[in-house]
Ligand binder design. Sequence first.
Ligand code: FE2
Length: 368
Amino acid sequence: MKNTSVDFLPLLGTDHVEFYVGNAKQAAHYYMSAFGFQAAAYAGPETGVKDRMSFVVKQQKLTFVFTSSLRPGTPIADHVMKHGDGVKVLALKVDDARSAWEETTRRGGRSCREPEVLKDESGELIISGIHTYGEVLHIFIERKNYHGAFMPGFVPWTNPYFKPAETGLLYVDHCVGNVGWNQMDPWVKFYEEVMGFRNILSFDDNDISTEYSALMSKVMSNGNGYVKFPINEPAEGKKKSQVEEYLDFYQGEGVQHVAMATNDIVHTVTELRNRGVEFLRVPDSYYDELLERVGRIDEDLAPLRELGILVDRDDEGYLLQLFSKPVQDRPTLFFEIIQRKGAKSFGKGNFKALFEAIEREQEMRGNL
Ligand code: FE2
């Protein structure tokens, strides 16, 4: 165990998730109209940024940034050409972005951005960053002396005529990465050694296979548990692994799903579904044995069944969760909606029903 008693990388949580997309304006609008995000900030030619457009949307502690290139041949354009729309940055909020960079690069992290102070009339923000799996970056953001809309270079973006719905989404619960064959353990080691995370849960191909699209997964958590990164790799099964389908279409490793927390999943999923978000559906028979499997729960069964919400229990409590279909053309990134009622796990009891649902979708795409 590489577990040290002092947390050399104290994290205050997820600062933001940045997506590189083909059309940032329309992507931002989808997240506002379908998921209830509010317009927050903007950067582009009008603010002195010549090569790109970035739109920032917010909801409670969730901040998403959508960035697209204004011309071909830029790193952003090349990224979108290769991967389609996807997550580029998992940004982490820190108290000290210089120390975060020094501690991680000293332990072998590959720098993508040396510590830099960004200033405007709203204060100063310190930014630094390192590479992780695929082309994904971890950017460290120190914003305790910054009070602007997002960060220097951005201006407030408002639309007084557009009122997003109250969907009840609160914060990022976890972000899952898909890595290549035999790459899970090297990346587990990266999170342990470079970032001081611990492996808190593991699923092998006996938990997640048989007939089903097989995968292995290890959940990495930082010291205070605010940041959790499960890492998946494909496993040999009778059918093509869902992780393999992702790797084929994303053309490499990347973020598979972002889980967003809610305190009322029935309300959240109802609002999202009414606004066009599509969810995976398990067979109705899942609900016939649900209460036998998970025991007593506070929620009525009928709305869970109607919305297709999944339930699982562990030693500490239970959780309710539901997964969207992919949110872009390629079968790559999707979202999870999760409500935790004591449980700190990830829904292992739902894997079988869930992966059968994923397989049906893979089969319709001709990728099984
Ligand atoms: Fe998840």
